[in-house]
Design a protein around this ligand. Structure first.
Ligand code: NAP
Length: 248
């Protein structure tokens, strides 16, 4: 058995750590190479794109991968579609580790947006001091907004962001509720924009918004390619159970 983990997430990291702790398993973690100094999990790690679904299928064959685990972020739609096609082409089983989405509580003030462009339109209408918790790839949609000041938090910040009025802070989660409450208060935030990533590592900001009665524009997840033969499971423990069963 030789496993490839498509990672770049907290769960991908945890999975590699747990497989390493178990011992005797042959696995490789794959990172896209987006962050300058990624937190590297234990075990073998490779970095960078494969060159589409064909490139990934080629890699699976060349490296004699027998099992593929897609532990990428719920918004990583392209690599997830590639994983389905490549596992099929290489004739190996695929498991999707997909953390459940957050659901609004009664005291949350969420406004749903289907994608970043719709979130930007809602921000333009609202204005104010807006905490944007998005990746650099999504900021272009907010470039023309003139009636808002944006606070942006990123792991690595480029020299300039495509925004008219902003402040950027670099930080890597997880963040505590106290961290988030302080940040929102210090920057007099009136509105937050978040992706429905799910999971615990970035949930504190959602809880902080609820405590402060702040509205949150919540970007819904993109449709994710799922092969009927490659089920999705919600936790690292489920992946370990699947691997154990496959190894029998
Ligand atoms: P994406 O749009 O689905 O993928 C774009 C391309 O990046 C893929 O076609 C692939 O290139 C390469 N790629 C993505 N993940 C890879 C991996 N784990 N190993 C090797 N290549 C990978 O992905 P994205 O949304 O830009 O996310 C990139 C990475 O950041 C993912 O690993 C994801 O788990 C992580 N991440 C994403 C978000 C988010 O909000 N999107 C948040 C946190 C972490 P090729 O076609 O050349 O193979």
């Amino acid at each position: 058995m030789r496993i490839l983990i498509l990672g770049g997430t907290h769960e991908g990291f945890q999975l590699a750590e747990q497989l390493a702790a178990q011992g005797g398993l042959d696995f490789i973690s794959s990172l896209a190479g987006r962050t300058r100094e990624p937190r590297l999990p234990k075990g073998q790690v490779r970095t960078g794109g494969f060159g589409g679904a064909e490139g990934l299928a080629r890699y699976l064959r060349t490296e004699r991968i027998t099992h593929l685990v897609n532990a990428t972020h719920p918004f990583a739609a392209q690599i997830s579609a590639n994983a389905v096609a490549a596992a099929d082409a290489a004739g190996i089983p695929l498991l999707r580790l997909l953390r459940p989405a957050w659901t609004a509580r009664r005291d949350d003030r969420w406004v749903a947006a289907r994608h970043a462009a719709e979130a930007a339109e809602l921000c333009r209408r609202e204005g104010g001091r807006i905490f944007l918790t998005l990746g650099s790839g999504e900021l272009d949609f907010f470039a023309e907004i003139r009636n808002a000041h944006f606070l942006v938090r990123m792991i690595d910040a480029p020299e300039r962001l495509p925004l008219a009025d902003y402040r950027v802070i670099t930080a890597r989660g997880p963040f505590t509720l106290q961290d988030e409450l302080r940040l929102l208060a210090d920057h007099h935030i009136s509105l937050m924009v978040a992706k429905n990533s799910g999971g615990e590592a970035t949930y504190a900001k959602i809880e902080a918004a609820r405590r402060l009665d702040l509205p949150v524009i919540m970007i819904e997840r993109p449709p994710i390619a799922l092969d009927p033969r490659s089920p999705a499971v919600p936790s690292v423990e489920d992946v370990i159970a699947w691997i154990t069963q496959q190894a029998r």
